[in-house]
Ligand binder design. Structure first.
Ligand code: UDX
Ligand code: UDX
Ligand code: ADP
Length: 484
């Protein structure tokens, strides 16, 4: 029986291993993590992450060929194939702060693997890492190895949160990078044999290690670039009276462009896009490619601009002040169908509104109050100026200006304005007449996700703003930005 162990029971490791266990009943899969509460949650009825369809997959395999354990070293020592899926955040201090990936967790995992291994192993990079990390890991593993052989593979994960199970079941492609030596090719084949149980062979692409590592960064950078491109267009649409949805539709119909991932929004979030682009920027800078680095930086700048632009619209529309006004925030997660708030646009938008002394009432169907308060209490890290940590508000003040509530009607009751920051389906179905009746007038609604029916809401009496759409006359007559 092949034994697989995955180090890191997070958003990537957990669902990916659950799918391997489901599709390969003859393979034993153990997911290990140093975070004991996380492992306990994986072993309970309340999984640590919310992901549609995940509960069913875990229930079908857990205790049979899928196990979650905090006994990291024992299971690492036992495994034939080791996936490493630990966190690789952006460095916040030291060399490369603000851009470079912090490989502390990766390095400590690699050292532990080297220390406890008694048999040959295939070590698979699953978390996104800078190009050439495999080389560094190889060096760590192959020093003091007592004759044990390690083969390093790069097998980046392309799942998106909210659709992880579908993405894992039917991936567009599986990438496997490895050494072009006979041992390297054998290792690639062994991993290919695992995926080939359910992924058609022509979707399993093999390549060299560095191409696989760079492909992951490139894919995320190009996806984020599409969003920044359409978001940049959304600003121009508002200035000219064009409608960004119509423009995106027309552009996307070109088969060379394609229609997906062209939804204008208040800004992309998530644990990958910003981090991976900054990583790419850092690698370019290290290689003296300043123009290339500056090109990709612009994608992140436009994303920051989009969030700031949204806040300015809110403030300028509401008579240039939101001080003391209640603003309902509908949605805090970085996208629908996840409880994840990493890099969520909502964090920056809320900071912006709090900076103008607004009172926020926040509702998200999947994000806990403690998470929201934690996110808002953290210092804002300026990626382009990492030495300037901006403290927006004293954490003790946050709770005085922010309340987290358990439904959209409570959030909007007595509010002056509503901001929709996550495209949860339930926000399309709300009784907006009821919401309008409970609000101060004029009642404003700012849709950062283009989910509302603008005409219907205007008929009710709302003053509406939607990203990249022709402006409500009320909004139009005001300056797009408060005079500086
Ligand atoms: C372009 C648009 O494609 C067309 O829809 C519009 O109506 C007019 O402008 P054209 O300039 O004739 O058409 O040729 P196109 O095939 O788009 O190529 C433009 C340039 O991009 C060429 O120099 C081509 O070599 C280059 N190119 C194109 C690349 O370098 N890489 C590619 O992948 C595609
Ligand atoms: C992304 C990649 O899609 C995935 O392949 C990679 O493995 C990890 O990073 P994820 O961050 O989970 O996945 O979600 P994704 O669906 O890509 O959305 C990222 C952000 O972009 C979200 O905030 C989303 O709301 C935003 N987005 C997406 C838009 O604003 N407009 C779009 O058209 C698409
Ligand atoms: P991702 O979104 O990439 O899956 P997460 O932060 O959700 O990232 O998960 C990474 C997990 O890796 C965390 O649960 C963390 O506790 C775990 N981890 C980090 N370092 C180690 C290590 N050396 N051994 C075991 N688990 C680790």
């Amino acid at each position: 029986m092949v034994k697989i162990c995955c180090i890191g029971a997070g958003y990537v490791g957990g669902p990916t291993m659950a799918m391997i266990a489901l599709k390969c009943p003859d393979i034993q899969v153990v997911v290990v993590d140093i975070a004991v509460p996380r492992i306990n949650a994986w072993n309970s009825d309340n999984l640590p992450i919310f992901e549609p369809g995940l509960d069913e997959v875990v229930k079908a395999c857990r205790g049979k060929n899928l196990f979650f354990s905090a006994d990291v070293e024992r299971h690492v020592a036992d495994a034939d194939i080791l996936f490493v899926s630990v966190n690789t955040p952006t460095k916040t201090q030291g060399l490369g702060a603000g851009k470079a990936a912090d490989l502390t967790y990766w390095e400590s995992a690699a050292r532990m693997i080297a220390d406890v291994s008694k048999t040959d192993k295939i070590v698979v990079e699953k978390s996104t890492v800078p190009v050439k990390t495999a080389e560094a890991i190889e060096k760590i593993l192959n020093v003091n190895h007592n004759g044990i052989k390690f083969q390093i593979l790069s097998n980046p994960e392309f799942l998106a949160e909210g659709t992880a199970i579908e993405d894992l079941k039917c991936p567009d492609r599986v990438l496997i990078g490895g050494r072009e030596t006979p041992e390297g090719k054998k290792a690639i084949q062994a991993l290919k044999d695992v995926y080939a149980r359910w992924v058609p062979e022509d979707r399993i692409i093999t390549m060299n290690l560095w191409s696989a590592e760079l492909s992951k960064l490139a894919a995320n950078a190009i996806l984020a670039q599409r969003i920044s491109s359409i978001n940049a267009m959304s600003a121009l649409c508002e200035a000219t009276g064009a409608d960004v949805t119509q423009v995106a539709h027309a552009v996307g119909k070109d088969s060379r462009v394609g229609s997906r991932f062209l939804n204008a929004s208040v800004g992309y979030g998530g644990s990958c896009f910003q981090k991976d682009i900054l990583n790419l920027v850092y690698i370019c800078e290290c290689n003296g490619l300043t123009e290339v680095a500056n090109y990709w930086k612009q994608v992140v700048h436009i994303n920051d601009y989009q969030k700031a632009r949204f806040v300015k619209r809110v403030v300028s529309s509401m008579f240039n002040t939101v001080s003391g006004k209640k603003i309902a925030i509908l949605g805090f997660a970085f996208k629908k169908d996840t409880g994840d708030t990493r890099e969520a646009a909502a964090i920056d938008v809320c900071h912006g509104l709090l900076g103008d002394n607004a009172k926020l009432s926040i509702y998200d169907p999947q994000v806990a109050e403690s998470q929201i308060l934690k996110d808002l209490s953290m210092n804002k890290f300026d990626w382009d100026h990492p030495l300037h940590l901006q403290q927006y508000m004293d954490p003790s003040e946050i709770s005085k200006s922010v309340s987290v509530v358990s439904d959209a009607y409570e959030a909007t009751k007595g509010a002056h304005g509503v901001c929709i920051l996550t495209e949860w389906d339930e926000f399309k179905e709300l009784d907006y007449k009821r919401i309008y009746d409970g609000m101060h007038k004029p009642a404003f609604i700012f849709d950062g996700r283009n989910v509302i029916d603008v005409d219907a809401l205007r008929k009710i009496g709302f003053i509406t703003y939607s990203i990249g759409k022709p402006l409500d006359p009320w909004v139009k007559d005001l300056p797009a930005a408060p005079p500086s």
